[in-house]
Design a protein around this ligand. Structure first.
Ligand SMILES: [Zn+2]
Length: 491
């Protein structure tokens, strides 16, 4: 048994190393790579990805995982969880015919290009036939994986183990009713334009972000701050976590909230215990819990008065022209509630209504209750129903997100689930750390760092989201904490 386990972990380490190389190649492509290197880089990436696939589907590896999985009761809980994850991954990949995998991959790149063309030309017809095909392939994908389950349940399981359409319906119904009510009652606030009042040079902002991220616990001995077109976080290895920022010279709030969001993901990845480094769960893989960590730092902490009481004076060291404003002005500007068309720019309340809109539409398309050709209309009607505004063009409407064009159908709900989990964990954190506000004001964020390291980060994805929440809050995921948090903050 011991020999089998050590062979398994050796192969797993090779697979993880190759995946790390792929991640490094794409990070470099976003950050540094000269534009003419696109096709040589695609070849390099393709080669390494092929090696990953070969390792994952090699008879050697499959045999070892299957054998260990059949004797799981003899393994300790850590090895058993790791083997289960690897086993599930193999079973899924074996269910998909290789022709299908290749066709689906091609369809994804063609559809993404069609989405870009349709968006540029404001012409839905350029996208419609490929999007139809994309949903059809998604239905086929779900049938290959498990045709006894509802399609959407199969898709959800790829992103959020254990989540079902029924559970989502229940949670989203409560959320939708409450948020629509709250939205009607929130008073309109004027912006002081703190974060758009000057030109914010990249070099200075970068130093500022280094100072903020350092203070919150990001370890630059095993981390990098990157500069990209779309913010993201990526992990090359356990000692190399990269948070990537999109700099705006005109909107400092955009740059900072994006950086703080990615920092939340980065802190999680940087603080997974060494004990689990070798396992299949040495990454924060559960999307709900991962997103809960970024949203919690971005919203509950990064938009709070205490945070700005400490950090606003720091910002004025870099940008003395902001001394005309107060930290209250800054907090005010970061918490303005207003219905807008674009999901990624939405506030804490309307963001979730954007997600519910997408969830309801995805389900209708998959169940063939609506025709894709009617999507722009259906989208606009739903937006009017949920947010009280109607897009006038496609880029502000149904063409704004890349997700469907790359086959990420069933993914959107995890954003809102992350928000719900963040509020639930935040509630528990506050109960356990009654004095946190006074400490935050003085720039002491250790209570935050330690609580989340102990309760979440150190475990990677040893637990599912549901288990994480049950372990640290004694409840499964519920809507009430986000609703309470929003009511307390905005009403
Ligand atoms: Zn995120």
């Amino acid at each position: 048994m011991r020999e089998l386990l050590s062979k398994y972990y050796k192969l797993l380490e090779e697979i993880k190393s190759l995946k790390g190389i792929v991640a490094l190649l794409s990070w470099d492509q976003e950050n540094q790579m000269p534009p003419l290197a696109v096709s040589s880089r695609a070849k390099q990436r393709g080669l390494i990805e092929k090696l990953v696939h070969q390792k994952l589907t090699s008879s050697d590896y499959i045999k070892i995982v299957f054998e260990l999985n059949s004797k799981k009761e003899l393994l300790n809980s850590i090895d058993s969880r790791s083997v289960s994850i690897s086993n599930k991954e193999i079973i899924k990949s074996l269910k998909l015919p290789s022709d299908f995998v290749e066709e689906f991959a091609n369809l994804k790149s063609k559809t993404q290009q069609a989405w870009i063309d349709a968006k540029t030309n404001e012409d839905f017809k350029l996208y419609q036939p490929l999007l139809e095909e994309m949903f059809e392939y998604t239905r086929r994908y779900a049938a290959y994986i498990d045709d006894s389950k509802p399609i959407y349940d199969v898709l959800l399981d790829d992103y959020e183990e254990g989540m079902t359409t029924n559970k989502l319906h229940k949670i989203f119904k409560e959320l939708k009713t409450n948020l629509k009510e709250i939205l009607k009652k929130v008073k309109a606030k004027e912006s002081s334009h703190v974060f758009t009042s000057s030109i914010f040079e990249k070099n200075k902002t970068e130093k500022l972000i280094k100072e903020i991220t350092n203070k919150l616990g990001f370890n630059y001995a095993k981390g990098v701050l990157g500069d990209v077109h779309h913010p993201f976080e990526t992990k090359i290895s356990n000692e190399d976590v990269r948070i990537n920022v999109k700099y705006s010279e005109h909107d400092l709030a955009f740059t900072l909230t994006g950086a703080i969001h990615e920092l939340g993901h980065g802190l999680y990845e940087q603080n997974i215990s060494h004990k689990y480094e070798h396992t299949a769960f040495s990454e924060g893989a559960s999307l709900t819990i991962h997103e809960s960590q970024s949203r919690l730092l971005e919203n509950m902490i990064g938009r709070s008065k205490e945070f700005w009481e400490f950090f606003f004076p720091v910002i004025t060291n870099y940008y003395p022209e902001l001394k005309n404003f107060t930290y209250e002005d800054a907090t005010n500007d970061l918490n303005i509630i207003k219905s807008t068309f674009i999901r990624t720019e939405a506030d804490e309340i309307t963001y979730n209504l954007h997600i519910i809109l997408r969830f309801e539409i995805e389900l209708m398309i998959l169940n063939k209750e609506i025709d894709i050709k009617d999507l722009p209309q259906v989208w606009n009607n739903k937006m009017e129903e949920l947010l009280g505004i109607r897009p006038v063009n496609l880029s502000e409407g149904c063409l704004q997100d890349v997700h469907w064009s790359i086959g990420a159908i069933g993914y959107f709900p995890t954003y809102s689930l992350g928000n719900l989990a963040s509020a639930q964990l935040w509630h528990k954190f506050k109960n356990d750390n009654l004095d946190f506000k006074n400490k935050f004001k003085k720039g002491d964020f250790s209570s935050y760092f330690n609580w989340f390291k102990n309760n979440i980060w150190q475990y990677g994805s040893l637990y599912t989201s549901e288990e994480f929440l049950n372990n640290s809050t004694d409840e499964p995921l519920v809507a009430k904490y986000l609703i309470e948090y929003i009511k307390e903050k905005y009403l």
